[in-house]
Design a protein around this ligand. Structure first.
Ligand code: ADP
Ligand code: MG
Length: 380
């Protein structure tokens, strides 16, 4: 692992004040529900963006990333505005902008970043980067901000500064998760609680399959899907699709144009799947969520239509090889698949997916197990 304080000293000629970390995430269940005021159940993974940082009192913000272009980006905090920063620096700069927009009188800082969250794999390397900046600023400037407030600032940075219209799940997972559990989050009011996820105790593993593909149509499709959900809620006279339940679904579908029906069906059933998964986890029945994951994938594939051949193959090959359940995780059109497997079956499931990809002529996927890790924190 990179000696981040050493990188900081050679870039800026002085020691950092501290080192912070914020994790990426996988979402157990609850996909495309977070912009419908619905439920999600993410867990932080043991891969983090780390930041060494020092406060500056001259209004200058300097940013360097080990995963960037090698240069140091230098900005003035009072000149930050959407559209003024390009490339990866938008994410950290956007957080400083969001803090100032929210009325926090923060100045500059020097930052060095290093991250082992796979970039662009649907594991939220972007949220990890934002949240590590938010956590560092909180401490460097003595701000009283809780996990939800940090997450909202990070989300604002991604939405309004980097121009990516994501919901709040990724940032909440990165700031609020705790080791050993998943975060049951109600995205309507950001109330949340930890749900136990004792994989080791039950002889289970969570296997991530990074398909290494990201299809371009994802960006436009996300905005369209989001708009479709909002239109459906408006037509039904509801504040959000979260306000529709399974009992009311058939009558609601009758009132909607055909193209919106599958979207609504996914959101309503997906919220229910989150609640069912939480009930099982609370009861210590971890293996019972397997079929819920698989049903979630089918809904994303057939109703929401955000899967792609690679994620479909990863999920089906995993289940055929003995996984208890598998689903794509993240926004879709590529990215990663999550499989719940018995510990002994882990090698065979990973091998079966790799073989299926080779047979289909796809790039070799990256497979690795994850355990529920802690949210954003100061390391040193
Ligand atoms: P994901 O969040 O699923 O990994 P995104 O496309 O949302 O994928 O975010 C990836 C982008 O975030 C990268 O293209 C880069 O701009 C930025 N990023 C993430 N981590 C780092 C890092 N450690 N250093 C520089 N940029 C990063
Ligand atoms: Mg992202």
């Amino acid at each position: 692992m990179t000696d981040l304080p050493a990188v900081f000293r050679s870039a800026y000629g002085a020691a950092p004040t501290g080192v912070w970390a914020a994790p990426g995430r996988v979402n157990l269940i609850g996909e495309h529900t977070d912009y419908n005021d619905g439920f999600v159940l993410p867990l932080a993974i043991p891969y983090t963006a780390r930041a060494a940082a020092r406060r500056r009192d001259d209004g200058v913000l300097r940013l360097h990333s080990e995963q960037g272009d090698g240069a140091v980006t230098e900005l003035r905090v009072d000149e930050l505005a959407p559209g003024t920063v390009t490339g990866w620096a938008q994410y950290p700069a956007g957080v400083v902008w969001a803090l100032r927009e929210a009325g926090h009188e923060v100045g500059g800082a020097d930052f060095c970043f290093d991250s082992d969250v796979p970039v662009g794999a649907g594991l939220s390397s972007s949220a990890a980067l934002e949240c590590v900046v938010a956590a560092a600023y909180r401490d460097l400037y003595d701000l009283r901000l809780d996990a939800a407030e940090l997450a909202l600032l990070a989300q604002r940075a991604e939405n309004a500064f980097a121009g990516v219209p994501c919901g709040v799940m990724d940032q909440m997972a990165s700031t609020a998760c705790a080791e050993g559990g998943a975060l049951f989050l109600d995205t309507r009011d950001l109330s949340s609680r930890q749900v136990p996820l004792d994989l080791a105790g039950q002889g289970l593993r969570l296997l991530v399959i990074d398909t290494r593909v990201k299809h371009d149509l994802g960006d436009g499709a996300y905005a369209e899907l989001r708009a479709g959900c909002e239109r459906a809620a408006a037509l039904l006279g509801l504040p959000a699709l979260r306000d529709l339940d399974l009992a009311g679904l058939p009558a609601a579908l009758d009132r909607l144009p055909a193209e919106l029906r599958p979207l609504v069906r996914h959101v309503v059933t997906e919220n229910l799947r989150v609640e069912q998964a939480v009930a099982h986890l609370d009861a210590g029945e971890l293996a019972a969520i397997g079929p819920i994951l698989t049903a979630g994938h089918a809904s994303l594939r057939d109703d929401y239509r955000v899967s792609c051949p690679e994620t479909d193959l990863a999920a089906s090959a995993a289940v055929e090889a003995g996984a208890l359940g598998a689903r794509m995780t993240g926004g879709g059109f590529g990215g990663s698949v999550l499989a719940l497997v018995e510990a002994e079956a882990l090698p065979q499931v990973a091998a079966a997916v790799t073989t299926a990809f080779a047979q289909a002529g796809y790039a070799t996927p990256r497979t690795f197990p994850v355990t529920p890790a802690a949210g954003a924190r100061r390391l040193a």
